[in-house]
Design a binder for this molecule. Structure first.
Ligand code: S3P
Length: 467
């Protein structure tokens, strides 16, 4: 990796801040590596941090959040909450949110800018739908092209008046109190949409329920941090599973009479950020990497199972649980054991590895028979079209890739360094940093600075552990 002049931010861990990286002008340069070795931490989980800040802002009393995500997306959430009149004090990664209760938000004098963050936009929309004032949610060019009808429709059904002729941001929300409770069936598994409707459900006088698309086994289909946190704050939340067809349908219900009480939250390290480092270690023989205090919520750990299916040697030790969220240490020994046949990831697992698919695709270039990803058309609706981005960048690196409407097939490939693009998408930037470590020669990632959206200091951490 090149060493030039721009300092990058540490996530706070065991590593000395001795690195520097060039992300400003001509793109991030990555060269082939032998291994990654060390003991690191990753920043606080982005999904949990958003929820802690938002739920803390409608709770009564002070919520103290430690290890709050230092990323740009969570900063967007805090900026919006401040505009809604919430007092927030911050000391490093510790946040004190002075929650005024469910009725305590004030009308913003300005548009609420969610930046690049879909979670900010969709979760806040649920809260804003139940307010007695009007507000407007906007975002950057990428977020403004992402589908919002999936939240507009249920919120309209609950009685909110939402203006968006195109079904995208900006959304002008005319709140209503009380909202009408609904039973909503999610057409696509989405934690953001589920959370939006559950949060709006707090502003009804009845019980609102959200059912996830049927799956093979009981339990939540998408990440369940909102349900867990609302329970920890004292909301009346129940979960149930019903047999449908040959499978199971998971439903979460919330009582509109719930009041929330502020408390202490410790945010675990972000497993989706850890996934980039795990992939680098697994793909480079003689690596040895430990990642401390990583969130191990079962709705997020499928990626560890998939790494295992790919032949990676990973040990997970769960240490404790905070606010219903388990956390522990992940240890990786470098090298992939040979696995027979092509690994197929389909509907049964996609929702649980949705954010890790780009880096899994990169690691798959080292597998004898590659990987096939299907039922993942949601990837086209993320911060970039991640199917197109993965396929374009891997092709530039000489990989054997086939694009499908709903996924891709990646065959075993000797990657060659090339000029690739982040497409303005943090997870694409980081996935291709890992690809650069595997590739012969030099890889240059244009627009790599967007890694800050979820993992500020990523390139610095990598530089410290790579040889
Ligand atoms: C998130 C849910 C997922 C995920 C995103 C974070 C969340 O999105 O891709 O990075 O925090 O709820 P969808 O709900 O759109 O699947």
């Amino acid at each position: 990796m090149s060493r030039t002049s721009c300092s990058v931010q540490e996530p706070g861990g065991f590593l000395p801040a001795r690195h520097s990286a060039n992300v400003l002008t001509s793109g991030m340069r990555i060269t082939q590596a032998r291994n990654v070795r060390g003991k690191v931490r990753v920043p606080g989980d982005k999904s949990i941090s958003h929820r802690a800040a938002i739920i803390g802002s409608i709770a009564e009393g002070v919520t103290v959040i430690s290890n709050f995500g230092t990323n740009a997306d969570c900063a967007s959430t805090l900026a919006c909450l401040s505009k809604l009149g919430i007092r927030i004090e911050r000391e490093g990664t510790i946040l004190r949110i002075f929650g005024p209760g469910k009725d305590g938000l004030s009308a913003p004098s300005d548009v609420l800018d969610c930046g690049n963050s879909g979670t900010t936009a969709r979760l806040l929309a649920g809260v804003l739908a139940g307010q007695t004032f009007a507000s407007t949610i906007a975002g950057d060019a990428s977020l403004s092209s992402r589908p919002m009808n999936r939240i507009i429709r249920p919120l309209q059904e609950m009685g909110a008046v939402i203006g968006s002729p195109t079904g995208t941001l900006p959304l002008a929300i005319e709140g209503k109190r009380p909202l009408a409770p609904i039973d909503h069936r999610l057409p696509v598994a989405s934690a953001q949409v589920k959370s939006c409707v559950l949060l709006a459900g707090l502003f009804t006088e009845g019980t609102t329920s959200v059912s996830e698309p049927p799956s093979e086994s009981p339990g939540p289909v998408s990440r369940d941090h909102t349900e867990q946190m609302l329970k920890a704050f004292g909301a009346e939340v129940t979960e149930s599973d019903a047999a449908v067809g040959g499978g199971s349908e998971h439903t979460i219900s919330i009582g509109g009479g719930s009041t929330l009480e502020g408390g202490m939250i410790e945010v675990p390290g972000d497993i989706s950020s850890a996934a980039f480092l795990i992939a680098a270690a697994a793909g480079l023989e003689s690596s040895s990497l430990q990642i401390e205090d990583v969130g191990l919520n079962p709705t997020r750990t499928a990626v560890i199972e998939v790494f295992g299916m790919m032949g990676a040697s990973i040990e997970v030790e769960e240490h404790r649980s905070v606010g219903g969220e388990p956390l522990g240490r992940i240890s990786v020994s470098g090298g992939l054991e040979r696995v027979p046949g092509t690994i197929v990831l389909d509907e049964s697992v996609i929702a649980n590895v949705i954010d890790e698919l780009p880096v899994l695709a990169v690691l798959a270039t080292l597998l004898e028979s590659g990987i096939e990803v299907r039922d993942a058309s949601e990837l086209r609706r993320k911060e970039s079209d991640r199917i197109a981005a993965v396929v374009a960048n891997l092709k530039r690196m000489g990989a054997d890739v086939e694009e499908y409407d709903d996924g891709f097939r990646i065959g075993r490939s000797d990657l060659k360094g090339a000029a690739v693009n982040s497409f303005g998408d943090h997870r694409i930037a980081m996935a291709f940093a890992v690809a650069g470590l595997f590739a012969e020669g030099e890889t240059v990632i244009e627009g790599a600075e967007c890694a800050d959206v979820s993992f500020p200091g990523f390139f610095g951490v990598l530089e410290n552990i790579v040889s």
